[in-house]
Design a protein around this ligand. Structure first.
Ligand SMILES: NC(=O)c1ccc[n+]([C@@H]2O[C@H](COP(=O)([O-])OP(=O)(O)OC[C@H]3O[C@@H](n4cnc5c(N)ncnc54)[C@H](O)[C@@H]3O)[C@@H](O)[C@H]2O)c1
Length: 362
C-alpha cells in the first residue's frame, strides 16, 4: 500500500487519508480493493446494444412464465441488418467472398471497389445471386465502383458518395492487395518495392480513411477490417517476398494505431491475417510451380491450404456487434502453421484473437 500511496499525486494522498476507501476484501498482502456502486461501474462498461438485455442479463430479467424467449445471438449480435459496407479488392478472391458474406449477414448494401472498369463475371454472378437471396426482398445490394485505392482523393470521394446515398457507413474491409514474384531482397528494385507499398499500405490507409470519415460523419461508430496476412508477422518459408512481408507488417501496426485513435468514437479497427488461401493471388504461384502447393501443405498441420469461404465467419464476427470489445487486434486465420525458425527449432504459430477493447494495442 505504501508503494501505491507514494505513486499518488499529493492531492490524492490527502483525499485518501481524509476518506479511506471501503475495504471489501483483503488478502495476506496489504493490497486494498475499493469499489464504486454497481450503477457507477456498469456505466463504465459501455452502452449496451439497442436490443438489450441479452444473454444472462436477459435471462435474469425475464419473467419466469409467459411467451418463450427468443435467442438473440445470431439474429441480433451477429446480424448486419441494414448496415452499409465498403470492400476494396471486392471484384474477386477474398474481397468478393467477404463482401458477399456481409450481404448474407443482412447488410443493406456493400460497395466493392476494384481496378477493372467493369466487374468480373464472378462478381456479376454473385451480384445476381445476392439479389435473389431468400427473405431479402431485393435488399442486400452488391454494388461495384471502379477505382484505384492508391488515389486518396478518389477513394475519399467514393466514401462520401456512398455516405450521401446511404446515410450511413458501418463496415470497411480493406482487402485490395498485390504480391510480386520472388526477388532477392538485396536486388529488390525501388519501383517494385514502392508499388507494393503503395497498394498494400497506402491503399489500405486511404480505404480505411474513406470509410472512417463517413463513420465519424454519421456518429454511429463502425468496424474497419484491414486485411493483412500471416506474412506480417512471419516470413513465408522459401519465398523472397520482402516487399509484401514489409507491407503486411505495416498493416498490423496501422490497425493498432488507428484503433487507439478512434476507440472513443466507437470506430473499431482490427487486422485480419489469413494464411495460404487458394485465390488468383496464390494461384499465380502454385499453378505455375509444380510441387509448391505440397510444400505449403507440408508446413500446415491440417495438411491443406484454406478456402476463401473460411473467412466468412470471422469477417461477419468482426463487422458485427458480436465483436464490440475487439479493437486493435490481429485475427490470424491460418489454421496452425509450423514455421521453421532460421536459427532454432520449429516454433508454433497459433490462432489468436484478442478481445480486450484495444488494451494491448496501446
Ligand atoms: N490468398 C491468400 O492466401 C492471402 C493470404 C494472406 C493475405 N491475403 C491478402 O488478402 C487480400 C486479397 O487477396 P486475394 O488472395 O483475394 O487476391 P486477389 O489478387 O484475388 O484479389 C486482390 C484484388 O485486389 C485488387 N487490387 C489490386 N490492386 C488494386 C488497386 N490499386 N486498387 C483497387 N483494387 C486493387 C485486384 O484487382 C484484385 O481484385 C490481399 O490483401 C492479400 O494480400 C491473401
Amino acid at each position: 500500500m505504501s508503494l501505491l500511496f507514494r505513486r499518488l499525486p499529493v492531492s490524492a494522498r490527502t483525499l485518501f487519508i481524509a476518506r479511506p476507501a471501503p475495504i471489501i476484501a483483503t488478502r495476506t498482502t496489504t493490497r486494498v480493493y475499493t469499489t464504486g456502486t454497481e450503477t457507477d461501474n456498469q456505466s463504465k462498461t459501455g452502452k449496451p446494444p439497442s436490443y438489450a438485455p441479452i444473454g444472462v442479463d436477459a435471462a435474469l430479467k425475464a419473467p419466469s412464465s409467459g411467451p418463450a424467449p427468443t435467442p438473440t445471438l445470431l439474429s441480433k449480435e451477429f446480424s448486419l441488418a441494414d448496415r452499409v459496407g465498403l470492400v476494396s479488392g471486392g471484384n474477386r478472391g477474398l474481397g468478393l467472398e467477404m463482401a458477399y458474406a456481409l450481404i448474407e449477414a443482412g447488410a443493406r448494401a456493400v460497395y466493392c471497389i476494384d481496378l477493372p472498369k467493369t466487374p468480373s463475371e464472378d462478381w456479376q454472378k454473385v451480384h445476381a445471386y445476392a439479389a435473389r437471396l431468400h427473405g431479402k426482398g431485393g435488399e442486400g445490394r452488391l454494388e461495384y465502383i471502379s477505382a484505384d485505392v492508391t488515389d486518396q482523393k478518389a477513394i475519399w470521394k467514393i466514401g462520401e458518395t456512398i455516405g450521401d446515398r446511404e446515410g450511413r457507413m458501418d463496415v470497411c474491409v480493406a482487402a485490395a492487395g498485390i504480391l510480386k514474384q520472388d526477388i532477392d531482397c538485396l536486388e529488390y528494385p525501388a519501383d517494385t518495392f514502392q508499388e507494393v507499398i503503395s497498394v498494400n499500405v497506402n491503399g489500405v490507409l486511404y480505404t480505411a480513411q474513406a470509410a472512417g470519415r463517413q463513420m465519424r460523419r454519421f456518429g454511429n461508430g463502425g468496424s474497419i477490417i484491414l486485411v493483412g496476412s500471416m506474412s506480417g508477422s512471419i516470413t513465408n518459408q522459401g519465398h523472397s517476398w520482402v516487399s509484401y512481408n514489409t507491407s503486411k507488417s505495416a498493416v498490423l501496426q496501422m490497425a493498432r494505431s488507428m484503433a487507439c485513435e478512434l476507440g472513443k468514437e466507437d470506430i473499431r479497427v482490427n487486422s485480419l491475417s489469413p494464411g495460404y488461401i487458394y485465390t488468383k493471388l496464390t494461384g499465380a504461384f502454385v499453378d505455375k510451380q509444380p510441387g509448391l502447393i505440397d510444400k505449403w501443405i507440408s508446413q500446415n498441420p491440417q495438411g491443406r491450404i484454406g478456402r476463401p469461404d473460411e473467412l466468412r465467419g470471422v469477417v461477419t464476427w468482426l463487422a458485427s456487434d458480436a465483436s464490440t470489445y475487439c479493437t486493435g487486434s490481429e485475427c490470424v486465420v491460418s489454421l496452425i502453421l509450423f514455421i521453421k525458425c532460421a536459427f532454432t527449432k520449429e516454433i508454433l504459430f497459433w490462432l489468436s484473437i484478442i478481445v480486450d477493447g484495444g488494451h494491448r494495442a496501446w
